[in-house]
Ligand binder design. Structure first.
Ligand code: TYM
Length: 324
């Protein structure tokens, strides 16, 4: 039997280069080696959303991005988290073996509390328990994620160990799998690329939007004038060259350091490379966007297939705990 992969992402709408380089490219690659389950985690999104009007649209946009990027519903299961409600049952069960102190020291929780002290809800504290439930409901061994998710994965492993210690070997300990770009820096050059910080480039932007967006990026702040030598290692545009232009990477760095290459030209070249690389993706996305029923069918079929696995795991977990 093949090992299983699980990963998920919050339906924040169209996916950005950080999502793609840090996670989605691995989702696609792993499909040939593993049984893969990919989930649009709408319940997780509720922990921070103050309105849910956009939720269905965001789910649809994200599904389009995933399919256009190469997730193949014939090979992989792709579904919406709330369509398989067993995850909520497992969440409650796992919350009983998770000490509150473990959850209160999770860095993403502390960050969210700082960002929005007025909305520290019970669900937010339990976010990593729900994530552990996602992964273990499908008995996944491998979890492709970006670097920001590693503390959650570590906690998932601890929860699994505690469950197995109490009730006997039942759930596999999941391992994170990262790409060569586990932390893509945003166009502000300071933080990880993220939609909420508005420092991102969406995969589905038009060529013009991409160029405009790239031109807003910071580069090396020490480079005030065209003749100033640059420091490519601090520049978010240079970081993107590493992915989109690996063969020219050394040349780009060298000509930046000697100021032969200016930032404006460098950004224009970068935008052209992103546009070239994303051309097939954008064409496939446009074709898929014309078939909304197909997207619904993929997600419905995914939920049916995911439910079969979920029901088996819940039954086993309940038996182990004496609930059955
Ligand atoms: P989310 O929705 O924030 O991000 C989805 C995936 O994209 C990766 N990512 C990045 N990678 C590199 N550089 C970036 N700038 C960048 N931004 C985002 C994330 O690491 C992630 O892999 N908690 C998860 C969703 C989740 C989940 C799960 C993941 C729920 N249940 C079970 C794995 C397994 C999240 O909020 O991802």
């Amino acid at each position: 039997m093949k090992s299983r992969v699980f990963s998920g992402a919050r339906p924040t709408g169209r996916q950005h280069l950080g999502n793609y380089l840090g996670a989605i490219q691995n989702y696609v690659k792993l499909q040939d080696q593993y049984d893969c389950v990919y989930c649009i985690v709408d319940i997780h999104a509720l922990t921070t959303l103050d309105n849910t009007r956009e939720l269905q649209k965001n789910i649809h946009e994200m599904a389009l991005d995933w399919l256009a990027a190469g997730i193949d519903p014939k090979k992989s299961i792709m579904f919406v988290q709330s369509h398989v409600p067993e995850v909520c049952e497992l969440h409650t069960i796992l919350s009983m073996v998770t000490p509150l102190s473990w959850l209160l020291r999770v860095p993403t929780f502390k960050e969210k509390v700082k960002q929005n002290p007025g909305n520290v809800n019970y669900g937010l504290v339990g976010y990593p328990v729900l994530m552990t439930s996602d992964i273990t409901l499908y008995k996944a061994d491998v979890v492709p994620v970006g670097e920001d998710q590693l503390p959650h994965l570590e906690l998932a492993r601890e929860i699994v160990r505690r469950f197995n210690d109490h009730f006997g070997e039942t759930l596999p300990e999941p391992k994170a799998q990262m790409t060569a770009f586990p932390m893509v820096v945003g166009l502000d050059g300071k933080s990880k690329m993220s939609k909420s910080l508005n420092n991102h480039i969406e995969l589905a932007m038009t060529e013009e939007e991409t160029l405009k967006r790239v031109m807003t990026s910071v580069t090396d702040p020490a480079r005030q004038f065209r003749k100033d030598p640059g420091h490519p290692e601090v520049c978010p545009i240079y970081a993107l060259h590493k992915y989109f232009n690996p063969l020219q990477q050394e040349n780009v760095a060298a000509t930046c350091r000697t100021a032969e290459r200016g930032c404006v030209d460098c950004k224009k070249a970068m935008a052209a490379e992103i546009n070239e690389a994303l051309k097939p993706f954008r064409e496939r996305r446009a074709e898929l966007a014309a078939k909304p029923k197909y997207i619904d069918d993929v997600l419905n079929d995914g939920a049916v297939r995911a439910s079969v696995i979920a029901r088996q795991t819940i039954k086993e977990v309940k038996q182990k705990m004496g609930l059955l």
